[in-house]
Design a protein around this ligand. Structure first.
Ligand SMILES: *Cc1c(COP(=O)(O)O)cnc(C)c1O
Length: 421
């Protein structure tokens, strides 16, 4: 960062401090990951200087020879990795991708249906604090109060009663697999479009270690920066019949020029995700989460739904007499970064929820396996049992320092990719 250091030392210093923070702490927020240097180089490139409103071959500005090829590569890699008819790689992120999906499939005022935020769904699935609940008549489905699983009888009853145009599956804090076929069946019964938002689990789906929504859902939306391990961005996959409507919704209805530097980063990440070693990576994410869950439950941690199928764990901290926020703060003091999170039927308010959410995509990118998960489960449980004990925090921090040193953030997955070629 020679030039930046000279031009803007304040920002350069903050970025360097963030590099150090990321290196020295353990990233256990399940929506976060570490991208390769190749993805960083693509996103930090001259492509950020170019305007490209429109789509390949149909642009509104000249000078698109390279951009058209980059976007075409991103699209073909996306459709081939996910087996989709069509891909739009221009959404600026996951939330704009979801808005474009609604714009393509429903009129303002129509009914849409998604999982409530406090049950694990995303803001953009129609939560009251989101504009999606103002543009549309949003019906929200819960999880079962006892099992914390989606109850398809409840979803079906709500769908029959409210006749939504769109039924969205997907979540930010649901630790179990989604039964996309069941969602499709209900959508068909009421004449809704079946939509899957796979923002969290896209990498697991790409690697065939999570059920695949593509055969069932008319439209699939995703971010590119969570388990898929690409740059911050969004993507929409869909069946041919929705392709035109989706493309028009993204541009010109909602967005202007695509972020070409991000498109290139997405293309690189999709190439990395097509390598055989990405399958091993994704399988290890799930194994790690299962081992971590087991270790935490052995220490009397109350896991929502009793465990996990995927990359994330949602914990009810109430039996530990600690708020989710206080638990997250104590863990961060030892270098373990998780987030406080509402749990289903949370008696506490959203800004001081009863739960924490954690996951294994980042640690698995750093190469950690079962043994390190067992170590971390024990460290985390010790800290939560004594959140104000300085000696316990210091002992935890020491273990974290050793792990962070032994498992550096990898710079490159290139070897993996060239092996695949
Ligand atoms: C993260 C997430 C989004 C939103 O993505 P942003 O890039 O933060 O806008 C949408 N849906 C789900 C299910 C998510 O987990």
């Amino acid at each position: 960062m020679n030039v930046l250091t000279k031009t803007d030392p304040e920002i350069a210093k903050l970025i360097q401090q963030e590099d150090v923070r990321q290196r020295e702490t353990l990233r256990m927020i399940p929506s976060e990951n570490y991208v390769s240097k190749a993805v960083m180089e693509a996103t930090g490139s001259s492509l950020t200087n170019k305007y490209s409103e429109g789509y390949a071959g149909k642009r509104y500005y000249q000078g698109q020879a390279n951009i058209d090829e980059i976007e075409a590569l991103a699209i073909s890699r996306a459709t081939s990795l996910f087996g989709a008819d069509h891909a739009n790689v221009q959404p600026y992120s996951g939330s704009p991708a979801n808005l474009a999906m609604y714009v393509a499939l429903a009129e303002v005022g129509d009914t849409i249906m998604g999982m409530a935020l406090d049950m694990g769904g995303h803001l953009t699935h129609g939560w009251k604090a989101s504009q999606t609940s103002k543009f549309y008549n949003a019906v929200q489905y819960p999880v079962d109060p006892k099992t914390h699983l989606i109850d398809f009888d409840v979803v079906r009853d709500l769908a029959k009663k409210h006749k939504p145009k769109v039924i969205v599956s997907g979540a930010t804090a649901y630790p179990r697999f989604f039964d996309y076929a069941a969602f499709k069946e209900i959508a068909d019964e009421v004449g809704a479009v079946c939509v899957a938002d796979i923002a969290h689990v896209a990498g697991l789906i790409a690697a065939d270690v999570h059920p695949d929504p593509v055969p069932h859902a008319g439209v699939v939306t995703t971010t590119t920066h969570k388990t898929l391990r690409g740059p911050r961005g969004g993507m929409i996959l869909c069946k041919e019949e929705y392709a035109k409507a989706i493309d028009r919704a993204v541009f010109p209805f909602l967005q202007g020029g695509p972020h070409n530097h991000t498109t290139a980063g997405i293309a690189v990440a999709l190439k990395e995700a097509a390598a055989p070693s990405f399958k091993e990576y994704a399988a290890q994410i799930i194994t790690n989460a299962a081992v971590l869950a087991e270790g935490l439950m052995a220490r009397d941690w109350n896991l929502i739904s009793g465990g996990t199928d995927n990359h994330l764990i949602l914990v009810d901290m109430q039996n530990k007499n600690l708020s989710g926020k206080d638990a997250a703060v104590a863990l961060e003091r030892a270098g373990i970064v998780v987030n406080a999170n509402s749990i289903p039927y949370d008696p506490a308010p959203p800004f001081k929820p009863s739960g924490i959410r954690l996951g294994t995509p980042g640690l698995t990118t750093r190469g950690m396996k079962e043994e390190q998960m067992r170590i971390l489960a024990s460290v985390m449980a010790d800290i939560v049992d004594a959140p104000e004990d300085e000696a316990v925090i210091a002992a935890g921090k020491k273990v974290v320092d050793e792990l962070a040193e032994a498992f550096p953030i990898p710079e490159s997955f290139v070897e993996e990719v060239s092996q695949a070629a």
